[in-house]
Design a protein. Structure first.
Length: 143
């Protein structure tokens, strides 16, 4: 079980409530995907279930069942949109494991041969760059 109760003051809960903007690329009744503001590589996207859970450890199995197909959809589109050689999927549970925002989310990161990931959750990307990456990804999702 998680180390603490879910707290809806977290940044992704605020994005889900529309209180904070995000560069959204996908939304259905259960899941939203938007660009990470501190991307570890161009096209770094976060796939977020609307249902509240702190991370994987306290999530309902049916929420997870609706989340993974969206992760796959974003990963396939991101590979095309960013001409990636591969896709890294990451998901952290609790601070010692690297989690910094305590609403369940999955990282989808386009990778290129020989290019290392940038640091996790450091270095804010320019808003215009994020907007252009979101537009590329949305175009690939629409195909
Ligand atoms: P975690 O460390 O919890 O797995 O990942 C949280 C991610 O959220 C990090 O990659 C970080 O860059 C990203 N992030 C933090 N604050 C914001 C924000 O306000 N908006 C967006 N779109 N991403 C954020």
């Amino acid at each position: 079980m998680p180390d603490a109760a879910y707290d809806n003051g977290n940044i992704f809960s605020k994005i889900l409530r529309g209180e904070i903007p995000a560069h959204k690329v996908y939304e259905d009744s259960d899941v939203v995907a938007f660009m990470d503001v501190m991307p570890q590589a161009p096209g770094h996207t976060l796939v977020v279930p609307k249902a509240a859970s702190r991370n994987l450890l306290d999530a309902d199995a049916d929420v997870l069942a609706r989340l993974l197909p969206v992760v796959q959809k974003i990963a396939i589109a991101a590979k095309t949109a960013f001409g990636a050689d591969g896709i890294t999927i990451m998901q952290f549970n609790e601070a010692p494991a690297g989690q910094t925002v305590f609403h369940l989310h999955v990282h989808v990161i386009p990778r290129h041969e020989g290019v290392a990931l940038k640091s996790h959750a450091r270095g804010m990307e320019n808003g215009d760059v994020l907007a252009s990456h979101a537009a590329k990804l949305k175009a690939a999702l629409a195909v």
